[in-house]
Design a protein around this ligand. Structure first.
Ligand SMILES: Cc1ncc(COP(=O)(O)O)c(C=O)c1O
Length: 399
């Protein structure tokens, strides 16, 4: 049989990260490749108690169909929390529960993007979102980024010169893959440019509560007075990703269309886990939990940065994120992240080549992404030593 796939899917390639996961089946491999939270952060004991209670007292609701917008208590509790703490959402917005933040990204693309429309994004950016845009045959246009996040001069130039821009996709806080944060000045400029050129913004913000140092920077959505921003949030990195509970906060007309799109995608987000998260929010202290998670990740980040300083010894520069779970390493000119990751693999260390996250994923890219949430402290120390050795060998053969 000749399987003839749709134009939308035919050109999509399996993510390099998924390919790297194959290497990870070897238990000796130290992985800096994934983006998983440390399972030690999952509130398993509380969840087990809530799950048992839910089934004892309310199993018909937990096992029944729900409404597409999401379990109403979870919507209300989430809305109230993000409004009170972070000023996200106005009376013109609607919050819907989605199957992870990933689905919020996919649904917005589905409702806004026609074939050939452009999406402007940071370059590098989150592969899951880039592939969602590609799957709708969007034209991806990369905007230059530096240590302050997306460069606003480059953004304005792209806005001036690109036809049919549907939205600007931005991960403003502790970006995946770079760990960078968009400064407050640039956030205001981003809103000004979006308003000037009549373009929406998709703010993808799953890491922003994982801050270990530095000053709080308000979400772009909280600064938006014109209904320009659709916000994608998630419980994946602060509670657990396996539950697949995320949310979108969007101007009502947009949210209503996203609901129609979700109806045909999966009818509604998992009802049991929606109820579980709602009960967690009612009976546990999620803020205290996040403080504990930040405590653990702060130690891992500090260890990672000090070990990398020691082992890379100035030959590779890297970002010093104030939060999140990633460090972005830049190699000297003429090097390629794919080649270096191969050298890492030979030493049984996994990392992701920078090209994976680029709009043009085929072009050589002198960068590598490292994750620090998942490896143990011992693995960070040993892994950095092995990466240092691999780097020595690679640079000796390349430069
Ligand atoms: C930047 C970014 N956005 C969205 C997601 C999707 O997360 P989830 O669907 O688990 O909420 C991820 C996951 O790694 C991410 O890194």
């Amino acid at each position: 049989m000749n399987y003839a796939f749709s134009d939308k899917i035919a050109t999509l390639r399996p993510s390099a990260i998924r390919e790297i996961f194959k290497v990870l089946e070897n238990p000796e491999v130290i992985s800096f490749a994934g983006g998983n939270p440390d399972p030690a952060t999952f509130p398993s004991k509380e969840m087990a108690e809530i799950a048992a209670r839910l089934f004892r007292t309310n199993s018909p609701a937990a096992l029944q169909y729900g409404i597409t917008e999401g379990y109403s208590q979870l919507r209300e509790l989430t809305q109230r929390r993000i409004k009170e703490k972070y000023k996200i959402g106005t009376s013109n917005d609607m919050l819907i529960i989605t199957s992870g933040g990933q689905q919020a990204i996919e649904l917005l693309t589905k409702v806004l993007v026609n074939e050939g429309d452009a999406v402007l994004c940071e370059d590098p950016s989150f592969i899951g979102a880039l592939n969602a845009f590609r799957s709708y045959n969007a034209k991806l246009v990369g905007v230059r980024s530096d240590d302050g996040g997306m460069d606003m001069g480059s953004l304005e130039e792209k806005l001036k010169t690109t036809k049919n821009v549907k939205f600007i996709y931005v991960i403003p806080t502790f970006q995946n893959p770079s760990g960078r944060t968009l400064s407050i000045g640039r956030r205001k400029e981003l809103l000004r440019l979006a308003s000037k050129y009549g373009v929406m913004i998709l703010e993808d913000n799953p890491y922003f509560e994982l801050r270990y140092s530095g000053e709080y920077v308000p979400p772009v959505k909280s600064l938006d007075t014109e209904g320009l921003v659709v916000y994608a949030g998630s419980y994946s990195k602060i509670l657990s990703p396996g539950m697949r509970i995320g949310f979108a906060v969007a101007p009502k007309p947009v949210a209503e269309k996203m609901v129609v799109a979700k109806q045909v995608a999966d009818v509604h987000t998992n009802q049991f886990f929606s109820m579980l998260v709602a009960e967690y929010l009612k009976t546990c202290d999620i803020d205290a939990h996040i403080t504990d998670v930040c405590g653990l990740y702060r130690k891992k980040r500090d260890l990672m940065l000090s070990e990398l300083s020691k082992r890379f010894d100035g030959r590779v520069t890297f970002t010093r994120p104030e939060g999140g779970i990633f460090v972005w390493c830049s190699l000297p000119e003429g090097c390629d992240g794919v080649d270096l990751c191969r050298r890492f693999s030979d030493k049984k260390v996994a990392a992701v080549p920078g090209s994976t996250f680029m709009v043009d994923e085929k072009a050589p890219c002198p960068a590598v992404r490292l994750n620090f949430s998942m490896p143990s402290s011992d693995q960070i120390v040993k892994g950095a030593e092995l990466m240092g050795e691999a780097l020595d060998e690679y640079l000796r053969h390349t430069l």
